[in-house]
Design a protein around this ligand. Structure first.
Ligand SMILES: Cc1ncc(COP(=O)(O)O)c(C=O)c1O
Ligand SMILES: N[C@@H](CCCC[NH3+])C(=O)O
Length: 413
């Protein structure tokens, strides 16, 4: 049974009506389902159970402490991309030896912090970064465990802004230069080579790019061992897509079927970095209609959530289904769901067939668990929404709605 469904015409999250939660906690509001989160992380753990595998949830998708802590209790590690994310992961109780650290621009302070915490490994994205990490490690009297992020030049067939494994992208080290870079790494005093890393993009809905990238990764692994360099970890990154509209992305089991038969004799631990496919469909954003407005050419539904609360439609033209919190059988309109932000690009849906919403109605913006709150901002001095975690018939506020005082914290006249 899905975690979000209608019962007697009312939208429920697990056993709670969305309307009742919003009456108490206000809007806009992010609501997550614990059951959906647990199901998703277990789907990965079970699919890969036959091989030593660390599922390092990519917390950039949603870094709420309650979610991190829940996933950690399910055995997950974390993929972080900043000192701030590392801090969050540690606050949530994630063991340091289950944390991997990627990103093209790690600062010396962030590197030192991660070394002191003793994380599992750094996923290194350039020659310069490798040198910096070695220097910082030597200064601290230690060695940094690293994987080099190898850019295989595979088209992930997703939005260009979130394609990361092509030649023209800023990520990773080109595969043709990677063996030489590993050889250089093996001579650096502060570096201990432990793995190979790859991540080709996000919201992948076909298996073929995973297969192409994985073929290249295995070929590279062979080349590296022939050059005398052994690794203990193969990090395959994240990127598995979810259903926003009608997509039918591969499942963790499909990924496992592709990968496991070919790694079983390599003597490596697998690392996976799923983000969106864990949290995306475990969360919704609820917005209340403030006004209706019709011009000569457009119908607008003006809600209380905008691009500052959910950026994906504005940034990528992304589609999120809209569901009425109270089911209607009445008229529909074709129009835009827009927010209060002073930008024409502030919309959650454009030219969309939707119920003829009236002021006061609640709309659930679906599939908003990933890259929703984590990309929210205070633009137009708007406090960010509260976040709610539903567990069966009860819920907890896992992040308070921001106040006006929060907006000016740290500022001085
Ligand atoms: C290095 C790395 N790992 C993991 C992820 C998580 O990706 P996704 O949310 O698509 O699973 C990303 C984001 O694309 C990433 O950059
Ligand atoms: N923010 C993107 C995904 C970014 C992936 C990060 N590497 C989205 O909402 O789809």
């Amino acid at each position: 049974m899905s975690s979000f469904e209608y019962r007697n015409g009312r939208l429920f999250v697990e056993n709670l009506p969305v309307e009742e939660i919003v009456e108490k906690e206000g809007s806009p509001l992010y609501i997550y389902s614990k059951k959906a989160l647990v199901e998703r992380i277990r789907a990965y753990r079970e699919a890969f159970a036959a091989h030593p595998t660390l599922v390092a949830y990519a917390m950039k998708a949603n870094g709420n402490l309650a979610i991190l802590s829940l996933l950690a209790k399910e055995g997950a590690g974390i993929d972080v991309v900043s000192g701030g994310e590392l801090f969050r992961a540690r606050k949530a109780g994630v063991p340091a030896d289950k944390i991997v650290f990627a990103g093209v621009g790690k600062s010396r302070e962030e590197i030192a912090y991660a070394l002191k915490e003793k994380i599992l490994m750094f996923n290194v994205e350039s020659q310069d970064e490798l040198d910096h990490i070695s220097e910082v490690a030597v200064a601290l009297g230690t060695q940094a465990p690293v994987a080099l992020r190898v850019n295989p030049d595979v088209d992930p067939k997703t939005h260009p802004y979130i394609s990361t494994g092509m030649k023209k992208s800023k990520f990773g080290i080109p595969v043709e230069r990677a063996v030489a870079e590993y050889q250089r790494a093996s001579t650096l005093p502060g570096i201990k080579i432990v793995g190979i890393h790859q991540h080709i993009g996000s919201q992948l809905t076909e298996i073929a790019p995973f297969r192409d990238a994985f073929d290249r990764l295995l070929a590279f692994h062979g080349e590296l061992s022939r050059a005398g360099i052994k690794v203990t970890h193969l990090d395959l990154g994240g990127g598995l897509g979810i259903r926003y509209r009608s997509e039918e992305p591969p499942s963790p089991a499909d990924l496992a079927a592709l990968v496991l038969p070919r790694v079983k004799d390599l003597g490596v631990t697998l690392v996976l970095e799923p983000g969106r496919s864990i949290v995306g469909n475990a969360g919704i954003l609820v917005t209340r209609v403030l006004y209706r407005k019709n011009t000569a050419v457009k119908s607008f539904v003006i809600g209380d959530a905008g691009m500052n609360d959910l950026l994906r439609p504005s940034l990528y033209g992304a589609h999120h289904d809209l569901l009425p919190v109270k089911e209607t059988k009445g008229e529909t309109i074709k129009g835009d769901l827009v927010g209060p932000i002073c930008e024409t690009g502030d919309f959650l849906a454009t030219d969309r067939e939707m119920p003829d919403f009236a002021a006061g109605d609640l709309i659930a913006v679906m599939s908003a668990g990933a890259y929703g709150f984590s990309m929210a901002s205070n633009y137009n001095a708007r406090p960010r929404p509260a976040e709610i975690l539903v567990d069966g018939s009860s819920y907890r506020v896992v992040r308070d709605r921001e106040s006006f005082e929060d907006l000016i914290r740290g500022e001085r006249v």
